[in-house]
Structure formats: C-alpha cells, structure tokens
Design a protein around this ligand. Structure first.
Ligand code: URP
Ligand code: ZN
Ligand code: ZN
Ligand code: ZN
Length: 456
C-alpha cells in the first residue's frame, strides 16, 4: 500500500462512518477497520473527516472574455482548486464560428498536459453550427470522452449566443449521441432593451447591471430551455441557476419525470443583489447577477431538500484593473468572479454550521457531478475509485483573504468570509497536492478525464 488514512470519519453521499482507508497505485484499495499499517505513508485522521475530492464542473480558465482573458490559467486555476479540495475541474473551451471542436479540444489538452495540477475534463461550448460539420464532430467528441456541450442564450456581441433553432438542434443531437447540453439561460433581448434604457438615462453604476438582468430575465430563459428539453425529450443541465421562478420551473419539470438538472453556485447562496450597491460592486459583476433575498432563500431551500443537483463555481476571475474599466459604466465590466478554491470549504462550512448534512455537501459537490457527467472513476470513496481524497478539519477556521488563496487574481469577492472547518489535505489519485494551507502538487500531474456517454 502507498497510503493509509487511519481513524478518520468517512463521509459519502449517503453515510458517515469511522474507518481506515488504503490507497495503492492511485486507487482506493480497501476501506475498513484496523487495516494493517504496512503503507509507505500513514496518516492519522483522528477527529477529521475523510471526503471524496470535489468536482467543480463549471470553470473558465484562461478564457478570452469581456475584452481580456480570465485571470487564472490552467496552472494557477488547478493549483487553487487543489488547495480548496477540488480534485477535478471542468473547463469550457469555446468553439468559434467556422472552426471545429476536436482541434480546439486537442489544443486545450496539450496545455493541460503541461500545466494542470489535478484532473480535468471539458464541456465544449458550441456557438455556431452553420456548416453542419459540428453536428458530425459532436459524435467524435463523445467517443473521445467529451460528453457535454454548452449553449449560451446570451453574449451576442461576443459571438457566443445561439438562437432557439440552433439550441433545439443541439439538444436533439446531444440526446441521439448520449451527450447532454448545458445552458446559460438569460434573455438577450430583454437585457439589450434594459441596458439601452439605462445607458440613455445615464444610469451606469453596477446596480444597473443587476437591474438590466433581474429575476424575470433569467426566468424566461430557464423556462424556454426547459420547454424545448421537455418537448424534445432531451436531457438538459441548467448552469448557474440564480432565480426562484426558473428554479421552480425546473423542479416542476423534474417532478414530471424530465431529465432536467440544476446547478447553482456559492456566490448566489452567499450574496444578494445588494452587493451591487457597494462601492466595490463592480467586483461582484457576473452573469447572471446575484438576485434578491427571495431567490436566495429558494436556492437554499432546494439545496436542503434535494432539488438542486450540483454546486459549482463558474470560476472566471478578472484583475482589479480590468474590473475598474467599468467603474463608471457597468457595461464595460468583464463578467465573472472567483470561486474554485471556495466551493468545497463554503459548502462544508454550511454542513459544519448545521445548514445541510456533510453527506449532502459531498453529494452536491462530488457524487452528483460525477454521476451526471459520466466520471465513472470519481465522486465517491469506494474501493476501485480514484484516490481523490480530502481530509477536513472541522475545528480549523479560516478567514478568506486574497493573501491566503492560491489563484493569480488580485482580489476576491470572498475577502473577509470566515469559515468554520477547512480542508487540511488534498490527494489527487493518491498524491498529496495540498497540505495545511500550502500547495504541494506539481504542474503536469493532472490527467484528462475521459467520460462515459449517457448511452454507455
Ligand atoms: O459572468 C460570468 N458568469 N462569466 C463567465 C461566463 C459565463 O457566463 O459563465
Ligand atoms: Zn454563463
Ligand atoms: Zn409546451
Ligand atoms: Zn460560466
């Protein structure tokens, strides 16, 4: 054995129990009591929780966006992830007009082979199917383990928006080949209308970012996406759900037996639209924006009662000088915030504080993401799975500051947030990559996760 974690409390999505856990060649090989201490490394986890590593299924690393590139690349983004107990990240490469999928994915794979510190997978954003080749190439992507694709209902001027016809075609095609469409749901025409009005009135503070894309703007698009998915009987995963009305529509569709999945993000659980009234409101500008208290309460309720499937981060940080471009004009603020290092500590602190169970935090951040997206070797502490493991100290407290995070950004919306409990070690396939506040992994360790299709 390479590693023995003794005396810990194992947490899975369904149970919590005391046991030792043994690792060999990057895999979990035994879980039980009083396992023989013949491992090269023995760790005493008495008083600690032993959890599966988190899978952040929504990050944008080195993403060209908003006139710049997001601040974390594949090295710093995965380094930060490891230090927050994330052992797999999903990135969103963006296919562009006239270009294919596999060339893009292969280029990204090469970068990740050199830079990634933990395992990685891709959902491919599709922005244009004009030439018809993309529809064919989607099947190749699925064979290569890229079994989900993303559509944006927004970002027209960035060249990323798809219309309803394209979305419907992609939903149907994804279903046919055992894949799934992920959707960014906001209504672009309503946003344009509102933005034009506020700009004409000289209303340019970050508060008007929220007012140009309030609850009803997201709800309309959520409902439209769900409507198409229902009628085409295709699976649909709605990313970064932030509004109550859209959430309720998704819950209703699930109840009717449709294959609809809902993701929300820690920022929507922690902050409300009030942040846009702050002096540094621009730093919180992301799309969809944080919503009102009623939506936040609905999200928490759905987190608690099992109606939300995953929590992921939409990690897409920008530097202060870039956020400052929109100091006096919200339309110039690059959209996106930091989060990959905060996901698991935040949700586990919610468990430690009694808001949800530790098993539910594991389910939302690890087990469900693995199941929904076909990561068959990940997402639980079970014999035979990858030894992606987090040791969590429920007694350790940490106040988040840009100085104790491991990204390349120069500020964070999480500054000053105090968390009860914190990860103290992260193992990626049995290798220690994070210990007591320090990154101890290496670039190039991460491997591509070839995912199963929904037809497998
Ligand atoms: O504001 C955000 N969310 N930026 C990243 C791109 C996206 O919409 O997910
Ligand atoms: Zn989005
Ligand atoms: Zn209908
Ligand atoms: Zn995103």
């Amino acid at each position: 054995m390479d590693l023995l974690i003794k005396n810990g409390t194992i947490v899975t999505s369904s149970e919590t129990y005391s046991a030792d856990l043994a690792v060999k060649d990057g895999k979990i090989v035994a879980i039980g009591t009083l396992l023989p201490e013949t491992a090269t490394t023995v760790i005493d986890a008495k008083g600690k929780l032993v959890l599966p590593g988190a899978i952040d299924v929504h990050t944008h690393l080195a993403m060209p966006f908003g006139g710049t590139v997001s601040a974390d690349g594949y090295f710093s983004g995965t380094r930060a992830a490891a230090c927050g107990g994330v052992t797999t990240v999903f990135d969103y490469p963006v296919q562009r007009k006239g270009t294919g999928i596999m060339g893009l994915i292969n280029d990204k794979k090469k970068i990740c082979e050199a830079e990634a510190c933990i395992d990685y997978a891709f959902h491919c954003c599709i922005t244009d199917i004009e030439e018809g080749k993309i529809i064919e190439e989607m099947a190749t992507a699925v064979e290569e383990g890229i079994t989900s694709f993303k559509c944006f209902f927004v970002y027209k001027k960035e060249g990323m928006m798809v219309d309803d016809g394209t979305f419907a075609k992609l939903l149907a095609r994804a279903k046919e080949i055992g894949a799934m469409i992920n959707l960014h749901a906001e209504n672009p025409d309503l946003i344009d209308l509102n933005v034009a009005k506020f700009v004409a009135e000289g209303k340019l503070s970050p508060w008007y970012h929220y007012l140009s894309r309030p609850e009803y703007v997201e709800a309309e698009a959520d409902k439209r996406g769900i409507h198409w998915a229902k009628h085409l009987e295709a699976p649909l995963y709605i990313v970064h759900m932030a509004d109550k009305e859209g959430l309720e529509a998704a819950i209703d569709a699930k109840r009717e037996g449709h294959d609809i999945y809902v993701e929300t993000c820690p920022q929507y659980l922690e902050f409300t639209s009030e942040v846009y009234k702050r002096e540094d409101g621009r730093n919180f500008v992301c799309s969809p924006p944080m919503k009102g208290q009623e939506s936040q309460d609905a999200l928490w309720k759905a987190i608690q009662n099992g109606q939300i499937d995953t929590v992921a981060t939409d990690h897409c940080p920008f530097q202060s000088y870039e956020k400052d471009w929109g100091k006096d004009d919200f339309t110039k603020i690059p959209n996106g915030c930091a989060g990959v290092e905060n996901l698991y500590p935040y949700m586990l602190a919610a468990a430690n504080d009694g808001k949800i169970s530790f098993s539910r935090a594991v389910e939302l951040c690890s087990t469900n993401p693995a199941k929904i997206f076909g990561c068959t070797s990940k997402g639980s502490l079970t014999v035979g799975k990858d030894a992606d493991i987090v040791i969590y100290d429920p007694e350790k407290t940490l106040t988040i500051s840009v100085d104790n995070m491991h990204s390349d950004y120069d500020h964070t919306i999480w500054e000053g947030k105090s968390l009860n409990g914190y990860p103290v070690m992260t193992f990626s396939r049995g290798k220690l990559v994070y210990k007591d506040g320090e990154f101890v992994g290496e670039a190039g360790w991460g491997q591509f996760v070839k995912r199963a299709s929904r037809n497998d």
